[in-house]
Design a protein around this ligand. Structure first.
Ligand code: URA
Length: 210
């Protein structure tokens, strides 16, 4: 009887582990960490973008996600809604996620910058320096198995390299011991749809690991 209960419990936790739950008993802590970081970011005034933002775009998705997507910075729609990747590029990203057999709720999506740069200009070095610590802490508590860098900006920033995205994408890199796959940004794919097949190759590599 006791053995049976133990066997069932073991099978249950094995199943949880396989589906990405590594810290079952610690998840309330994860939630607390996420909430307190979120509060911190929501009241952030560390760079000039706090003056022009409508909303902070913290990130969204599963705190236990095995796969984390990191983009550049919120655009117009994201700034209005306070959510990452909800504009045209976001619709394409959602399609890519679904083609991988996942839902947006299964993964975690965020950006290097949490506030929109005016007119979607490129992030400035001081803005990155102010913001990068927040992303680093998000990665710490989510502990994804794989990070996918969406586009040149996210990939070059996290890998601390100036190698062009054309050369970075499609091969495995490491970000602080986490497997890192750079790929093209969905906004680039909207302008260059013929490169979608390359992104699909990259996603297949990610799916092999997951
Ligand atoms: N582009 C990004 O890099 N991030 C978003 O959230 C939306 C568009």
């Amino acid at each position: 009887m006791k053995e049976d209960i133990l066997k069932t419990l073991r099978a249950y936790f094995e199943m949880e582990k396989e589906s990405g739950v590594e810290e079952y008993l610690l998840s309330p802590k994860k939630k607390d960490e996420s909430l307190s970081l979120k509060e911190e970011v929501f009241s952030c005034h560390m760079c000039g973008l706090c003056k022009t933002r409508k909303n902070v775009v913290f990130g969204s998705g599963n705190l236990k996600a095995r796969l984390m997507f990191v983009g550049e910075a919120p655009g117009f729609d994201e700034d209005v809604q306070g959510l990452p990747f909800v504009g045209k590029a976001g619709i394409l990203l959602t399609k890519i996620i679904e083609a991988m057999g996942l839902k947006r709720e299964d993964v975690y999506i965020c950006n290097i910058l949490k506030c929109r740069p005016p007119q979607n200009r490129n992030p400035l070095p001081d803005e990155i320096a102010s913001c990068i610590g927040y992303l680093s802490r998000q990665i710490d508590y989510i502990k994804p198995r794989v990070i996918c860098g969406l586009g040149k900006f996210a990939s070059q920033t996290l890998l601390k390299t100036e190698t062009p995205i054309t050369r970075l994408r499609g091969t495995w890199h490491e970000y602080r011991t986490i497997k890192f796959m750079p790929t093209y940004h969905p906004a680039y794919l909207l302008r260059n749809p013929s490169d979608k097949k390359l992104v699909w190759q990259d996603m297949k590599k990610i799916m092999e690991i997951l």
